[in-house]
Ligand binder design. Structure first.
Ligand code: NDP
Length: 286
């Protein structure tokens, strides 16, 4: 099949999801119930993290949530951060806690993630939530894989029986993505840096999810004609532009549908964070 793939509009999908969440939040508040509270902690001045945190706060407020960003200096000690997390855990008005990563090197990231109450862990990084997801019992779903699944379902309402290849096995994208695809009845292969002959592995893939972190890594010739391609990669090129992990120009002529970068999976991630915050609210407060 040659031609032009359908372009999956992540920006529009994210806007629709946010509108849905805003309606649900408005229904809560007009009935006299408190708005869901999302608390984001930013330690230090990492420029990319500042941008992400700013977007999270803005979008949370736009859907009517009570969102607070706690900015702490880079030299904040681990004990001080853990005390902050403990205070959020104990505060009934806090529904979602997100500690923006990366953290400064002197802080043990695992310790901080494990300190978050799993019921408020809207990033879904806590081992309890990772385990629940693996067991197929996850209520909170990691934001980027959840966003990727929602985009996939726009193109493929039923995923049952399809062959999916996830390239990348990170804890935040590749692994949870593969679990969600298995739960959706796909036949799933996880590829990584030790995979032999990736083009051969991709040959049968009806669905390709690229989460590698290398610009233009997946070539058009590796993609099965008509396949659905979800490009999770966000790579900054020397000229300052963003590029995905897939060679978009090549893939566009082979794939059946593809997510662009930017404007694909990226915008869905924050919308899914808001979805998780509302889920956490309902699970805890009914
Ligand atoms: P990681 O660096 O944690 O993982 C990358 C994965 O790619 C690893 O599993 C690695 O294998 C695999 N890999 C590396 N080289 C190859 C290769 N030559 N062949 C096959 N596999 C390879 O990255 P993340 O999962 O955190 O992120 C992946 C991408 O997604 C990045 O571009 C990131 O910016 C983007 N991202 C986008 C988000 C969004 O909101 N849209 C959110 C999070 C990430 P191995 O395990 O063997 O090292």
């Amino acid at each position: 099949m040659t031609g032009q793939a359908r372009i999956i509009d992540g920006k529009a999908a994210a806007a629709a999801l946010r509108a849905e969440i805003a309606t649900e939040v408005a229904a809560l508040t007009t009935s006299g119930r408190p708005a869901p509270g999302l608390h984001v902690v930013l330690v230090g001045e990492d420029p990319a993290s500042r941008v992400y945190v700013g977007s999270k706060e803005k979008q949370a407020v736009e859907v009517g949530m009570a969102s607070v960003v706690h900015r702490m200096p880079a030299e904040t000690g681990e004990a001080e951060l853990l005390a902050k997390v403990a205070a959020f855990n104990a505060d009934p008005a806090v529904d979602g806690i997100l500690v923006q990563l990366p953290l400064p090197k002197h802080i043990d990231v695992d310790k901080v993630i494990e300190a978050i109450d799993p019921a408020k862990d809207v990033d879904c990084f806590h081992p309890v939530n990772v385990g629940r997801l693996a067991a197929g019992q996850g209520k909170l779903i990691p934001c980027t894989p959840l966003g990727a699944m929602l985009l996939l379902k726009q193109v493929l309402p039923s995923l049952a029986g399809l062959e999916a290849v996830v390239i990348g096995r990170s804890g935040i994208v590749g692994r949870p993505m593969a679990q969600l695809l298995v739960q959706a009845d796909c036949t799933v292969t996880i590829a990584h840096s030790r995979t032999r002959d990736l083009p051969e592995v991709l040959r049968r893939a009806d669905i390709v999810v690229a989460a590698v972190g290398r610009p233009h890594f997946v070539k058009g010739a590796w993609i099965k004609p008509g396949a659905t391609v979800i490009d999770v990669g966000i790579n900054r090129l020397p000229d300052g532009k963003l590029a995905g992990d897939v060679d978009y120009a090549e893939a566009l002529t082979v794939a059946g549908a593809i997510t662009p970068v930017p404007g694909g999976v990226g915008p869905m991630t924050i919308a899914c964070l808001l979805r998780n915050t509302l889920t956490a609210y309902r699970e805890r407060r009914g």
